[in-house]
Design a protein around this ligand. Sequence first.
Ligand code: FMN
Ligand code: SF4
Length: 668
Amino acid sequence: MTNFPHIFNPVKIGSMVSKNRLMMSAMSINFGVDDKCHVTDQLTQYFVERAKGGVGMMLVGGGSVHPGGQELPDLPILYEDSSIPALQKMVEQVKPYGVKFGVQLMHGGRQSYLPQKVAPSPIPAPAVVKGEVRALEVDEIKELVECFGNATRRCKDAGFDFVEIHAAHGYLINQFMSPNSNIRQDQYGGTFENRTRFLFEIIEDIKIKAGEDFPVGIRINGRDYIKNGWELEDAVKLAPLLEQAKVAYLHVSGGVYGSTELTIPSMYSAHGCFVYMAQEVKKHVSIPVITVGRIKSPLLAEEILRDGKADVVSMGRALLADPYLPIKAQEGKLSEIRPCIGCCLGCIHAVLAKEPGGCVANPDVGREYKLKEEHQKENRFFTNNLEKLSKTTSENVSEQKSKILVVGAGAAGMAAARLFAIRGHKVVVVEKKQNSGGLLLLASKAPGRGELGDILEFFKNELQRLNVEIVYGKPLDEEILKSFNPDKVVVATGSMPDMPMVKGLFQSKMEVVTSVDIMEESNQEAIPTGKKVIVIGGGMTGLITADYIAAQNNEVYVLNRKKSYAEEMSANDRYYLRESLKKRGVILYKNVAIDKFTDRGVEFHIKDGEAVFIDGCDMVVISEKYTPIREIKKFEPLTSADFHFIGDAKLPRHLMYCISEAEEIARS
Ligand SMILES: Cc1cc2nc3c(=O)[nH]c(=O)nc-3n(C[C@H](O)[C@H](O)[C@H](O)COP(=O)(O)O)c2cc1C
Ligand code: SF4
């Protein structure tokens, strides 16, 4: 029987047929263009890799229709004919893999990164971007309508199969549609008909310039999730009108900058959080409806399609994390799919900081063009038979083989061991504890953060598939070194919390523990309930520990000596965590200078501000700085093997660096 029969059932969309019902949604990835914003080989290979992975339809994100609407600095432009040759070159390399390849037409409006922005009305975006916003004149609106049509003609000339009009997420067209951002009094403001006029004029112009048959999809919001915004009833009213206007599909998403539900939700949000909106819209049209939002599992995608909630499932980040998800699903190799963990850090957080987009789980994003040879050695070329992808043996790799001893089975250790094994080296992992996962496993215990465990599960499964032995409950000793006699020792022993030196801390009558003590599975009795707890540290670990403790019905105070909270998290992920802390009544102090701990409390002052005394407390949880665990260094003189320190054992940092460093060392 075919795996996932609903996913792998072709679908007709306008005049084209997609081989399956998975789409890679448009993502403004902010790399892969030259100084004229013409597409380069970097963007091409990023898409080639994903086309090889088997997705049915795929969109280039952020195709800029006008210089005044560029969303981010490094996105492809569509507003000059000079952009066509490079686009064409990309299309020629991508399309042989059988994907339907399209471009999303974007005008950022008030959400553009440019300092001078245009919008229907001079109202700044409520979040993310700053700068002046000017209302468009009617003749400028007419000019922009033409820009969308001209951009489509260029995409068609370059060989793309379709375009998608971006009328969602608070960008220019959505700004016209939403009363929140449109207070115009003319023919483009006020009534529903007036607010959607810009969109219909664009569709009409595109049809004139690219022909009736050229498929034009539209991305709309089901809801803006903002006060006085576009609502589901508006989407339901618009959908049949779009069908009448001969639109090829409707892609239903949600959220704008500053909304209460984010367009790109983090791990705290439910999987398939926007499906209900597509399902509602679908009741009112017969053209294909596409759903999106935290759908990373082929099982969920199949269920949505089977239940008729949508006709196509769009995935963004899941295909950043693993371009081969579709092929692996088709082959039933679900445990081999490298999962997106919903952290939003490597992808959207990076691009909104105007950096190149990437992925915490998959360090190869954006480097596909540089890694072509390496990927071939790792045997990741396109194949209809996944056996080739999964059975990577030493015969595939021509480089010299080594014996590698990896110490520590956290994320870094397992990621390194996996790639060493794929490249044909002999690998053994020793782990002091009885389980793998290290600090990441502990972090995955906190409320809403279980998805961190998915990447650990992936690496664990991979080590099993590749027959890499993990010796549990075994710290490195002389005997292992002698018996295995490695050529290289990769030290991935992680880090541990540092104890701060603060007056009175150790004389206090409160219990003093670390966040690791709290999160440790074997240490459930350490978790208080009904108590008053002080958490020292407002970084990511401090806040997720506070959330965890507060969830057990404790009164929690966080003292952050820095001026902002959890800087190492993405803004999207932090937003949900802060909401959770708020809901649980956790009290946060930042910019704190701690004066002293007392028997049952703490005296501190806010820098240049008020003095505060919290009393009657039961426990202090330390979660501030981390120190690398490097006791293993003592074994270095006993062997001729090189020692390489990776991940937190090198320097405690975010997971992103652990995985990339681990894979880097295996490739070097
Ligand atoms: C780095 C990044 C850039 C994005 N850029 C766009 C964009 O240009 N246009 C768009 O419609 N959506 C954009 N999105 C949103 C995605 O298309 C998608 O709707 C969202 O990530 C939720 O789907 P997912 O959970 O499958 O990732 C972007 C998402 C990411 C992660
Ligand atoms: S950076 Fe995080 S959220 Fe973004 S694609 Fe990668 S794993 Fe997913």
